[in-house]
Design a protein around this ligand. Structure first.
Ligand SMILES: [Cu+2]
Length: 509
């Protein structure tokens, strides 16, 4: 029941007193430890308050409640005990309008501490839900009142930022409507993808323990993490066969889900032929990249990570963990499989789209749309008005990802999070992060509190908060330091993050 490694927990707890949002969070500053503090607490807290006050608000206040709790869920014929938001899988979507101030009364009914991170929302730093860095962890039985103005329209989601809890059932969509968008479609569906083990096989904590267990005879020693070139490549044999020998994930899951249902008893989405439907596709998986397609249809991708792109029509979309893609589709007459094929892994997840008569395709039917080249974010362009203003970066910093399967250690800039020296930026600066993958595994890099633009600010790349780096791949991303705080920059593979592949972007004053 201890989700985090002792060392990281100690660092995080130590940071709680040291990093300086104490004045906002109501903690008193005590002892330091871990990564260095780089801003006076009061300056940062003042800046966070000022940024919130300047955030465009529409005056509406939405009071919501949210509970994390153990529950039994039906995965489509298989009932398991897991942890959920509100007893549902996925948790019921939260839906608000950009500019709303939301007050979310959160109750933790889990048997251990947790937190809620609002993935994709550039909220005030002290509501970002990273225990010990931005927000206190919420103990078992505890409550916390989240309170922030929602800045970013689009398809987002929320999940814990605590140990391996994300790989249980703790995830929900967070849909933010754009009052300026007229919505040229008849209906919309949220499709949440997930890789599932809890209650069917090992727990996420056991998987993590197995991954990090020293393997007799393995080459390398703990801490030698810069040999990244061979990291993860074909080294699964010693891991009890759990590794799929693929660069796209470390864990073989017994089940893959769309909207909490396995392929044998899928979610059925009803519509009428000819209707235009907006699909909001959220990859909530801890370790799995999915390629998604709707049999018999082509998808017109309109957004990624909540931001509009110039529409591109494609047969399939490849989505890394944490990414979101919105697509519009005009539905034909019949019953069609919406399939999410896990990259490099066996099995598949699906939902059914039903607009009329017809027999449901077999659970293992693979739509022809999945066999072609799937769209990835790098081919998308920001829609008009969605790009950052062109600026020469004031600061350019490297984010080098490396690591190995044996030992199971994943690093940013040569260290695990315990020893990280944060990236830094000053308020108002334009920053460029040179994301470089020096390993043979893919990594989805997620930046909290900001959306970056792929390529250069003012260029054609899409705005995103999570970008999937292929093995040995890289991309430059630009962002604007308009949301002061201490922000996580990390791999959104939950196992890699837990094994150290995290750093921070700290504002300095
Ligand atoms: Cu990773």
């Amino acid at each position: 029941m201890t989700p985090s490694s002792p060392s990281r927990r100690q660092v995080l707890l130590g940071l709680a007193g040291a990093v300086g949002l104490g004045a906002v969070a109501g903690c008193s500053s005590t002892s330091g430890g871990g990564a260095r503090a780089s801003a006076a607490p009061s300056a940062l807290a003042d800046a966070v308050r000022a940024a919130e006050a300047a955030r465009p608000a529409n005056g509406a206040v939405r009071s919501l409640s949210l509970t994390a709790e153990p529950a039994q869920v039906d995965l489509g014929g298989r009932v398991v005990s897991t942890w959920t938001y509100g007893g549902a899988l996925p948790g019921k979507p939260l839906r608000v309008t950009a500019g709303d101030r939301v007050k979310i009364a959160f109750t933790n009914k889990l048997p251990e501490a947790t937190s809620v991170h609002w993935h994709g929302l550039a909220v005030r730093n002290d509501m970002d839900g990273v225990p010990g860095v931005t927000t206190p962890e919420i103990p078992a039985g505890g409550t916390f009142d989240y309170d922030f103005v929602v800045p970013d329209p689009g398809t987002h989601w929320f999940h814990p930022h605590h140990g391996m809890q994300l790989d249980r059932g703790l995830y929900s969509p967070f849909i933010v409507d754009d009052p300026r968008e007229n919505g040229d479609y008849d209906a919309e569906w949220v499709l949440v993808l997930d890789d599932w083990t809890d209650g069917l096989d090992r727990s996420p904590e056991q998987i993590y323990a197995d991954l990090t267990k020293p393997t007799p005879g393995a080459s390398g020693s703990a801490g030698s993490t810069d040999s990244g070139g061979m990291g993860g490549m074909g080294m699964g044999g010693g891991m009890g066969g759990m590794h799929d020998m693929s660069p796209d994930g470390d864990v073989a899951y017994p089940l893959h889900l769309v909207n909490g249902r396995g392929p044998d008893d899928p979610d059925v989405l009803d519509a009428k032929p000819g209707q235009r439907v907006r699909l909001r596709i959220v990859n909530a998986a801890a370790d799995t990249i999915y390629t998604v397609a709707l049999g018999g249809h082509r998808l017109t991708v309109t957004h990624t990570d909540g931001y509009p792109v110039r529409p591109v029509t494609t047969s399939a979309v490849r989505s890394g963990r944490g990414e979101r893609y919105d697509a519009v589709v005009t539905l034909a007459d019949g019953v069609f499989p919406f399939v999410a094929k896990p990259s490099g892994k066996s099995g598949m997840a699906r939902a059914l789209v039903s607009t009329g008569e017809g027999r449901a395709p077999a659970p293992d039917a693979v739509p022809a749309e999945l066999t072609g080249t799937a769209l990835t974010a790098d081919v998308l362009s920001a829609a008009d008005g969605a790009a950052l203003l062109a600026r020469t970066p004031d600061t350019v910093q490297d984010v080098l990802l490396a690591g190995t399967m044996q030992p199971y250690v994943w690093t940013v800039n040569g260290t695990t999070y315990d020893d990280a020296t944060p990236l830094t930026i000053r308020p108002g600066q334009a920053g460029r992060l040179r994301l470089r993958n020096h390993s043979m595994m893919s990594h989805p890099v997620h930046v909290h509190g900001h959306t970056f633009q792929l390529g250069a600010a003012g260029g054609t790349g899409p705005r995103k908060d999570t970008v999937l780096l292929p093995p040995m791949g890289g991309v430059d991303v630009d962002l604007v330091a308009d949301n002061p705080g201490r922000w996580m920059v990390h791999c959104h593979n939950a196992y890699h993050a837990e094994a150290g592949m995290m750093t921070r972007l700290d504002y300095t004053f």
